[in-house]
Design a binder for this molecule. Sequence first.
Ligand code: ADP
Ligand code: ZN
Length: 710
Amino acid sequence: MTSYWVRVALDVPLEAVFDYRVPEGMPVCRGQRVIVPFGGKQEIIGVIVNVLTQTDIPPEKQKDVINVLDDLPPFSEQWLQFCEFAAQYYMRPIGEVILPVLPPPLRKITAYTGKTKTSPVERLDKKLANQVIRAEKEQKKRLKQQQSSGSETTIEASIKPLQAILLALNDEQQQAVDVISQAKKFTPILLHGVTGSGKTEVYLQAIAHVLAEGKQAIFLVPEINLTPQFERLLIERFVPLYGERAIAIMHSSLSDGERLSSWLHMQRQEVKVILGTRMSIFAPLENLGLIIVDEEHDASYKQQDGLRYSARDLAVWRAHQLNIPIVLGSATPSLETWHHTLSGKYQKLSLTQRAKETPLPCIKLVNTKKMRLNQGLSADLISAIDERLQRGEQSMIYLNRRGFAPVLRCSSCGWTSECMRCSVHTVLHQVPGQVPILQCHHCGYSTQVPTHCPECGNVDLSALGYGTQRLEDTLMRLFPEARVKRIDADSTRLKGSAQELFQQVHSGDVDIIVGTQMLSKGHDFKRLSLVGVLNADMMLFSGDFRAPERLFAQLMQVAGRAGRHIRDSDVLLQTEYPDHHLYQALISHDYDSFANQTLMERKMAHLPPFAHQVLITAQAKDVEQALAFLQSIIQYAKQYLEERLKGVEIYDPVPLKIVRIAHIERAQLLIESVSRPALHRFMNVWLHHIYHELRTHKVKYFVEVDPLSI
Ligand code: ADP
Ligand code: ZN
């Protein structure tokens, strides 16, 4: 009898291999989920990544696989290879990739009942099974509502053939659909379309081609809030043709039951299109023909903890692996993507006109340098809002800062409100009907608002600056007859509330919308003809080299909400620096010149995309420890890894701008190279030594490949 072992991917923060002995007669293969013992008495779920005929684990330390879970077919080779690539690229153990993308019930031992040691576990726990049933009922109900929601096109959709609901494409759209649907091999395509140019219709028709060939598609969107709007479109198009399982959704605010239900249908390949946020790039679909990444420049595609991956970048790799086309859509592509189109690596398709008969909105700069503002609002903006109210149109005021005021200050001694746990100010939150509080936006800590200065006893405390709550307040006082709604992380905390607010805006029950970034993306508001932008200057001079790119994209996005269906729409941007080249490019809607100039600056400064970066962040009780640790690993690299360091640069460690969050202090270290292979080769060796020889329990560290903000 040959003995077998299996190497199992586990979601534990240890960089070790986990080999288990396979009991005689237990059939095992790569890609199966197994229950294995871990630590003392724990049992956990892992995924077999290798079947072995030998192991380095000494016999006395070997443990047996407890059981193989056969409630799902094993993961496919292509899916496993994709996860393995992600692990290797982002320099993390494979278990940290595979397990977290599974719906919790498939990786939590508590979801399984039965005597795991004796009988094969086939059934999910009853409670969970019920959750799945409930999720499926909900889905059915939504489908029904969808199909009878009074919208004529949807009723027709279910009876008329597909052609009936396809919009007649303009020439640029048609060309884009043709190119995408004729691309059979790996073809990365940038769909560069101005806001409102009808990118969605291009995606939908490209998907239709792929489905007609019997293949599947992944459709990534940056935000959970955008899924319902696209889900509706996808259902309307494809459910009549491919049945009610055709569309599945994947994002983090689904219930366990919903996530599990989606996943099961995907793994059984019943799903045609998976729509969702970044995690959807891990959808276990076997027969993909197309991947779409909408708003590809969006920072939400980057995961900020655990495996710090970019779903956009992984999407390109997955398309490459599967030899299929991938469409990256944006009005303001990331400079990485733009760079690839200039170098010919990616193909560029442009939509230069708005799809409807409406021109792009007129962007005007309001110079506020010497102006007296009314609670942050210029007279020009106030009268523009008034005009819209007269005409029964909507206005949107964009301010990327939530809360009432960013800091509370004592006018006598200069005391300012600070978080006890972080090196930042606490933000005043104040809405009618609620007790005002001071809240930290970094750790969530909140306190009551003091009645007098804790330093000098003065009772005259003033709220400095303004956030969305104060803006809402001001607008309600300026326009008492208007219906004002605020949409930000605070007003949408409850499940479903964002959906409800957006619905109110769509149905015309709102005159003035106040909000943060949440508003800027993808929404197609029919009656919106004015966008006001406050405080954009705040980001103009930030130290981060990507700040201008991000600001330009954000402003184009918000501006793009205006006048999608109404002529004579305006965007008023208040600034003290109207001559800045970023604003100048913005008012002429000239992404190309902004991108080209910024790329040139990056090239001169040897910054991405002309260099590749890895960031190591160290956390400790005080920043000195973190810095000392980073110094020690640099020392090690210089002493022992000199050969491999060739072509790789390590910068000096520095404390983070916000050095302390929740009592933990942080410092970071940037590693850079023009050669990605050199960088990865060096990092792999170095990280191995750091983990096994230099680690201390006082300092935690994590590694980020292609960091977005440094
Ligand atoms: P984008 O995603 O490029 O910002 P959308 O896809 O939201 O733009 O399209 C903007 C609007 O134009 C939508 O209301 C859409 O229905 C409409 N539209 C798209 N293509 C066409 C077309 N070919 N003819 C008429 N209207 C169109
Ligand atoms: Zn805090």
